[in-house]
Design a protein around this ligand. Structure first.
Ligand code: AMP
Length: 469
């Protein structure tokens, strides 16, 4: 997934500290690494490392990042290991100038592009897609010298998800792929132009939201303001493995609304909080049950549970407490520690659960490990019945666009019916929201639902895809 954030200061102020705060507000999008690159119009200064934003940066590091425009990145690894080389922004020096790239997404054809470039003598220092994009761009820049032309030619080669920030010398390009898989928006205050994965980071900096970057847009940000170009993509349709013609159309990741984005963000004009509440309400209609209380699995199930409670009139209670010091990336090297993981993160409140018929609500089931352990924990705390309700339909196919989903074999729902999953998880009843219910709750049809349907909005016959299946 990852989060990206950029600022262009029109008044010549230093931007590093503001980027730091922006990244801090996007921390939920990636906790494995962070980086900032700034430009003083000629040189790029950058710093990146493994860890949370607050662990990677301190005042001294930020003070050394002298620049009036800059971009930043928080990393969540899907491809490439945890090494610092794989952190972003990725910076390349070329005779054209220095280039920094921050990427949110996953390209399907990056392996093929990498092999092609290696054959032409390019040497890679990381295993990231960003470096592939950077090397392609440098090639094009050396050929054409026209930056917009070079960017357009580079983007034409990319298949997959990319919300991108490219900083070249004195300008930033904010780009959203033609499918609009990942969010990206623009913000403004008197002195700065902002670009961010989510608008929650704009609120932190007291900047105004201007608009979402549209799928297929290249937004150039410079001292002259904003200039907009369109990505040129020849491939209007492709033939999928079932032999069907699939036309290119916007396909924003539904999982942004369900799990990934912060609830106080609005993506393409739709509030993430409202979607989650709607999903909870739909769930209550689709899967009603007689129960004494509704409890979320915190924090991912919070807003869904509110909606469920509101619609079912079953009281909302906090049946589980979350230890807020355990992050999503809590590293547990041994099996015994992994077994401990859920208990370290969540603990049941016996006084709430004992003797009660409980509806537990969470956003999603991927492998099924978390739900199984939580149901067990809630029963042990004395719950009489445990009914699990899930805000995302059955995940049956891997994601190739940047959500860290396991292989098809590991997905609990890929080859099991609901009853089998219920038994494995140990709940008294199990209800997933339907696909129609999800679409209705989000209120838009131009969604990527590939992990729920197995129907992908792009070509998938690429080398990289093999490893997921
Ligand atoms: P699992 O135990 O594999 O079924 O994981 C499901 C739990 O992980 C749910 O509680 C989700 O909130 C959370 N989750 C779902 N997708 C992801 C993801 N891509 N990265 C991290 N956590 C996730």
């Amino acid at each position: 997934m990852c989060g990206i954030f950029g600022i262009f200061s029109l008044s010549g102020e230093q931007v590093a500290k503001k980027i730091y705060y922006g990244l801090f507000s996007l921390q939920h999008r990636g906790q494995e690494g962070a980086g900032i690159a700034v430009s003083d119009f000629q040189n790029i200064y950058h710093y990146k490392n493994i860890g949370l934003v607050t662990e990677v940066f301190n005042d001294e590091i930020l003070q050394n990042l002298i620049g009036f425009l800059g971009i930043g990145h928080v990393r969540y690894s899907t491809t490439g290991g945890k090494a610092v080389e794989n952190c972003q922004p990725f910076v390349v020096r070329s005779s054209f100038g220095n280039i920094a790239i921050a990427h949110n997404g996953d390209l399907l054809n990056s392996e093929e592009l990498r092999i092609e470039l290696e054959k032409r003598g390019h040497i890679f220092t990381s295993s990231t897609d960003s470096e592939v994009i950077a090397q392609l761009l440098v090639r094009e820049l050396l050929k054409t010298k026209d930056v917009i032309e070079a960017i357009k030619k580079t983007l034409k080669r990319l298949v997959g998800a990319y919300s991108l920030l490219i900083m070249i010398n004195d300008r930033i390009f904010a780009i959203r792929d033609p499918w609009g898989f990942k969010p990206l928006c623009l913000g403004r205050d008197e002195d700065n132009i902002y670009v961010s994965s989510e608008d929650c980071a704009l609120s932190t900096l007291n900047a105004n939201f201007v608009r979402d970057v549209e799928p297929g847009e290249i937004v150039e940000i410079s001292k002259d303001g904003i200039e907009v170009y369109k990505i040129e993509n020849d491939e209007e349709y492709f033939i999928n493995i079932e032999g069907e013609k699939v036309y290119r159309k916007a396909a924003t990741c539904m999982f942004e609304y369900v799990y990934f984005a912060r609830p106080d963000s609005t993506i393409d004009g739709i509030s993430v909080y409202k979607v989650r509440k709607n999903i909870g309400r739909e769930l209550a209609k689709e899967h009603p049950v007689d129960a004494d209380l509704v409890s979320p699995i915190p924090d991912s199930g919070n807003t869904f549970a509110l909606g469920y409670s509101e619609s079912s009139k079953i009281p909302y209670c906090e049946g589980l407490m979350k230890n807020k010091y355990v992050g999503r990336t809590f590293i547990l090297p041994s099996q015994t520690e992994r077994e401990l993981a859920v208990r370290l993160k969540l603990s049941p409140i016996k006084a709430v659960l004992e003797g009660k018929r409980v509806v537990l609500v969470d956003d999603s089931i991927v492998r099924g490990t978390t739900s199984r352990r939580i149901v067990e924990m809630v029963r042990k705390a004395g719950a009489k019945e445990v009914h699990l309700r899930i805000g995302c339909p059955k995940i049956i196919s891997p994601c190739y666009y940047g959500i860290d989903m396991p292989t098809k074999r590991e997905l609990i729902a890929s080859n099991k019916d609901i009853e089998k999953i219920r038994k494995e998880i140990g709940a008294d009843s199990l209800g997933y929201i339907s696909l129609e219910g999800l679409i209705k709750a989000i209120g838009r049809k131009d969604l990527c639902l590939a992990c729920l349907t197995g129907k992908y909005p792009t070509r998938t016959n690429f080398k990289k895809v093999m490893k997921y299946n």
